[in-house]
Design a protein around this ligand. Structure first.
Ligand code: ACO
Length: 327
């Protein structure tokens, strides 16, 4: 995926809602236990929106943080992409609300819907625009409010889902030593759509017509598929670049379940201490998990400039993909 220019990660930011939903609180809602949830998912608590908060609020705050980190102004941004499956409204795009709240120019701004692989899909779009020389600075946000589409009477799903946002500023670099986004890959298989979907609220069965607008999932099936395709994607990116697994400083998988994260590392024989996990106190907030995990590990000093990151994600669709990035 070579272009005229290098595409580097110039800034990273994230935002988590303040409200915490603990396992002990979930014990009051459904037949489950703190011990079961921790053992089967690694999650202790998740962050969820207050009633008045929605996806664009989180997206805006994460975007603001990434801009500050990049030392850029809203006017510097040439394109804004928000990856989300839970927009404030079906119409308009969240990206336009973020564009207005930031005070960007009248740049292109659109939402990209690829469930939990949305952020990496948007990152690949940004990579291509920057490498081709079309844009200098692209703001990529992953933001979701899954709590609004979670059935809190379904113990198999309500234990997992959460809300939040993360963002990268992807910029052109003229530095010959910079590598930035080295490689990326995206895949899909729509034949599994019914294993993870929201039956109501779309054009097939509009909201209010008796079909629930809440996530329905076959967890066991999704679990196996997730481990398999994310491990395969890591291998694909290594083959594409000629890199060896030893060269990867940090593996940052989509934060769906700690057991999925552990199983990917194990199947690759990748050291557990080089895997970034934030799921314990955040939960699974879909498009937001990867930029939040990257931001967390930058802020706590684990990820350093120059480190080679392997980002890999998977979600309903099915969709999956990855990116190898020098930070
Ligand atoms: N508490 C207690 N028991 C439970 C709970 C719960 N919260 N949930 C399920 N169980 C029960 C089941 O009913 C089942 O009981 P049975 O054996 O009597 O039938 C038993 O526990 C085992 O169920 P499994 O589904 O096999 O449990 P598993 O270990 O697979 O864990 C889980 C379930 C956590 C959902 C897991 O399958 C998972 O994480 N799957 C992947 C989820 C995922 O990655 N989703 C992607 C989301 S990304 C996106 O696009 C939003």
């Amino acid at each position: 995926m070579n272009g005229l220019y290098k595409a580097v990660i110039r800034g990273v930011g994230s935002y988590l809602p303040e409200t915490r939903l603990t396992n002990v609180e979930i014990e009051q809602m459904v037949e489950t236990s703190d011990d079961w949830i921790q053992t089967r998912t690694g999650i202790v608590e998740r962050r969820i929106a207050r009633p008045e908060e929605a996806t664009s609020d989180f997206a805006y705050l994460a975007a603001r943080a990434a801009l500050d980190d990049a030392q850029l102004e809203p006017a510097d941004i040439d394109l804004l992409i928000v990856a989300t499956e839970t927009p404030d409204y079906i119409l308009p795009p969240v990206a336009c609300q973020v564009q207005a709240r930031l005070g960007c120019r009248n740049i292109g701004a659109f939402d990209l819907h690829a469930t939990c692989a949305g952020f990496l899909s948007a990152l690949q779009v940004a990579e291509q625009y920057v490498k081709a020389g079309v844009h200098r600075h692209v703001l990529v946000v992953g933001a979701d409010t899954l709590s609004r589409f979670t059935d809190y009477t379904d113990r198999a799903t309500c234990i997992l889902f959460a809300d939040g946002a993360g963002a990268f500023v992807v910029s052109r670099s003229d530095d010959p030593a910079a590598r930035g986004i080295v490689a990326s890959a995206l895949h899909s298989d729509g034949t599994y759509f019914h294993n993870l979907y929201i039956p109501g609220g779309g054009s097939r069965t509009p909201y209010g017509e008796g079909v629930k607008a809440k996530i329905v999932m076959d967890g066991r099936k999704i679990f196996k598929l997730a481990v398999n395709v994310m491990a395969t994607t890591v291998q694909e990116l290594l083959n594409q670049t000629g890199c060896h697994l030893d060269e990867i400083d940090w593996l940052i998988p989509h934060q769906a379940n700690q057991r999925i994260i552990d199983a990917i590392a194990e199947s690759l024989n990748f050291p557990a201490e080089k895997v970034i996990s934030t799921i314990q106190n955040i939960g699974n907030n879909s498009s937001a998990t990867i930029p939040i995990a990257v931001d967390t590990a930058i802020r706590d000093g684990r990820i350093q400039r120059g480190d080679l990151l392997m980002l890999v994600a998977f979600g309903g669709g099915l969709v999956w993909g990855g990116a190898m990035v020098e930070y």
